[in-house]
Design a protein around this ligand. Structure first.
Ligand SMILES: [Zn+2]
Length: 376
């Protein structure tokens, strides 16, 4: 049996339309699962919902040493409002770039981890083995990873966690958490000629938004992630110019650090905006961080430097990943975010990734699987 080519596999994956919503990650999961099963992996398919499957694939596990765990997601974001100049699901290669929705975020990363894992067992016996967690529904609040962790599927232990999100193959050691909320307040509507008889919901929202603008969270600086941030992104309220509005709503986006939990930040927010505002949380993901001096990170950095000749950045990335769910579940395991895609291409029109980076990433993953003791 021939080990799949990571470029061709990336192209095949892009051709599965897995825009989330609705996702429809069942067929792509069965396709990947079959490849892994053909190479002797033990494959399970925890269901996320109708026509949606996650994959847990394991090989070479041992009682004495936990495996390296790789994770990636198969869903992609919608195409956006601007027209594409290429077919987003054809996976065309032009001038060293592979185009398509999900090419960078992150079907190239999934293909690289699948190929590296297969090759590792074709060429040797990685001590402790490998587990792949390929999730559905990452793009909307890490639903697939939550399903794996919270609903009783056995995902075992991990000695290191690799998140294959787009980083141009540079290893990053953390990211902020996210606490996203809809806020709303209510009032009493009357004709605008008699505002003293009503209760203006927009004024309440405006007071709260103003308080948010000047809110400084009481928390120390994190050496990797800095300070938490807060932003109001959308405001809506009122129906017509000559009524006192009885409802106003806005969104709140908080980015957290390990220095204060999302719950702690929420308490400070509530104190700042008062009782008039109702909050509904729709994403609640914690910050992710591993010390730059951690032995697993050091090993990954060394492999990166060997391949690229560059120093590892020892920095955090700007987006959220399944690590928010998986790192705490694996007892705060050492976690690196490292994948072949381009971060600035994620969610963009005419998304692409570099073909060379996919091959380079397979090597990096392969070397990481062997803790740097066996290289290609
Ligand atoms: Zn992603």
């Amino acid at each position: 049996m021939k080990v799949p080519d990571p470029i061709q596999l990336t192209q095949e994956l892009i051709r599965y339309q897995t825009i989330n919503p609705p996702g429809n990650e069942k067929e792509i999961a069965e396709y990947l699962g079959k490849i892994l099963a053909d190479f002797g992996f033990d494959v399970r398919y925890p269901e996320l919902g109708k026509n949606r499957l996650n994959i847990i694939a394991e090989k070479g596990l041992s009682a004495s040493r936990p495996p390296i765990v790789f994770t990636g997601h198969t869903d992609v974001v919608p195409l956006g409002g601007s027209p594409w100049t290429v077919d987003p699901f054809f996976a065309e290669i032009k001038d060293g770039k592979l185009y398509g929705r999900g090419s960078s975020d992150m079907k190239s990363g999934v293909a690289a981890m699948v190929c590296a894992a297969i090759m590792a067992f074709e060429n040797g016996e990685p001590e402790g083995g490998v587990r792949l967690l390929i999730t559905a529904g990452e793009e909307i609040g890490c639903q697939g990873a939550r399903e794996l962790c919270e609903n009783g599927y056995n995902i075992g232990k991990a000695r290191g966690l690799v998140i294959g999100e787009p980083t141009s193959n540079k290893p990053f050691i953390g990211h902020k958490g996210g606490l996203f909320m809809n806020a709303y307040c209510t009032g009493i509507t009357v004709h605008s000629s008699m505002p003293h008889l009503g209760d203006n919901a927009i004024y309440k929202a405006a007071r709260a938004i103003s308080a948010i603008e000047s809110l400084k969270f009481d928390v120390e600086e994190d050496s990797l992630l800095g300070y938490p941030t807060i932003n109001v992104g959308v405001v809506k309220g009122g129906l017509n110019f000559n009524s006192v509005p009885d409802r106003a709503e806005f969104t709140i986006d908080i980015r957290s650090t390990p220095k204060l939990s999302n719950e702690g930040l929420m308490q400070q927010l509530k104190k700042a905006i008062g009782e008039e505002i109702n909050l509904e949380t729709f994403v609640n993901l914690g910050a992710v961080a591993t010390e730059a001096t951690d032995p697993f990170i050091q090993m990954v950095n060394k492999e990166f430097t060997k391949l690229s000749g560059d120093e590892a950045p020892a920095r955090a990335i700007a987006y959220l990943t399944d690590a928010s769910v998986l790192q705490p579940w694996y007892d705060n395991v050492s976690t690196v975010i490292l994948g072949p895609g381009e971060a600035e291409m994620a969610h963009q029109t005419d998304e692409y990734c570099y073909v060379d980076k996919i091959n380079e990433c397979v090597k990096l993953y392969y070397n990481i699987i062997f803790d740097g003791k066996q290289n290609i």
